[in-house]
Design a binder for this molecule. Structure first.
Ligand SMILES: [Zn+2]
Length: 289
């Protein structure tokens, strides 16, 4: 399995937490018709869909540049109450920490954690439980959040904390510990790492572009969940903030990267999770590396 790619003097390493088929295909993509799925079933199964469920990977991307060690997204985390999602409820797996160690880093090595958006499966390892308190998992890291994304979830949490328990245990403790750095979703850290606004799945979602032109990758976050949304960019998923906007975002970004050498590193695609965008009829396909 490909877990590491090299782009000049920058490396990107996948850190897998979980893989599984948890969501019913048609609940996951509410506007997907049976007819359209049948037309595509032959290339989607068994890799991307199995038994009428979508097969997903939950993972972080670890980016090492000559200047920084950066974790993009932090998965589900351990010991967290998630009553609405049994597969993510109070987990106690050591797989994530072992895979992080296998990538050659300890929690103290991470300089930045970047959350592409503030959904439950992208913020979990931001914190860990210590003596009954949620403390930053990465003791030396700053955590980058898009400012409008944090404002949205802070407000949602005020209205009804029970609808977003991950904000309670994995986002607000970072703010309270003064580790959060609020940025615009087009923030450029330096000439090797910059954010690209990819709104729609959430209000201020960003992707992360890494490397120099011609030797670069885009860590997409959840701007796309399945190659079916490359083939049909307007296909929304159930947790989208604005599926029309997320469709525009996909068509725009895939159009820009199509037939370029830029690698796309997807949060939830099954292994190898990384590929390049090519045109396919009116849409796109992502060719695995
Ligand atoms: Zn996700």
């Amino acid at each position: 399995m490909t877990l590491q790619i090299k782009l000049g003097d920058t490396t990107i390493h996948r850190v897998i937490e979980q893989e599984g088929a948890w969501f019913d295909t048609f609940q996951f993509f509410p506007s997907l018709t049976k007819e359209l799925f049948e037309q595509n079933r032959s290339w989607l199964e068994p890799k991307y869909f199995i038994d009428d469920k979508i097969f997903l990977c939950v993972q972080s991307y670890l980016v090492r540049t000559p200047h920084h060690t950066i974790l993009v997204d932090s998965c589900v985390g351990n010991h967290k109450p998630r009553p609405a999602r049994s597969m993510w409820n109070m987990t106690t797996s050591d797989r994530y920490e072992k895979n992080l160690a296998a990538a050659g880093v300890s929690v103290g090595d991470i300089d930045y954690v970047m959350c592409t958006h503030l959904h439950v499966d992208h913020v979990g390892w931001n914190t860990r439980l210590e003596n009954g308190h949620w403390v930053p998992t990465f003791p030396n890291a700053k955590y980058l959040f898009a400012d409008r994304e944090l404002a949205f979830w802070t407000e949602r949490h005020k209205e009804d904390a029970s609808r977003c328990p991950w904000v309670t245990d994995s986002v607000l403790p970072i703010v309270e510990a003064k580790r959060a750095e609020m940025v615009k979703s087009d923030y450029a850290m330096n000439d090797l790492v910059r954010l690209i606004p990819t709104p729609g799945h959430t209000i201020d979602h960003f992707s992360v572009q890494v490397g120099k032109a011609g030797q670069d990758a885009v860590i997409t976050g959840d701007m796309v969940h399945s190659p079916l949304q490359a083939r049909y960019p307007e296909l929304g998923m159930f947790a989208d903030y604005d599926s029309t906007q997320s469709g525009r975002t996909r068509r725009d970004l895939f159009g820009r990267l199509c037939d370029s050498p830029t690698l796309m590193c997807m949060a939830h695609f099954p292994s190898p999770s990384i590929g390049r965008v090519r045109r396919w009829g009116d849409g796109f396909k992502i060719e695995d590396i």
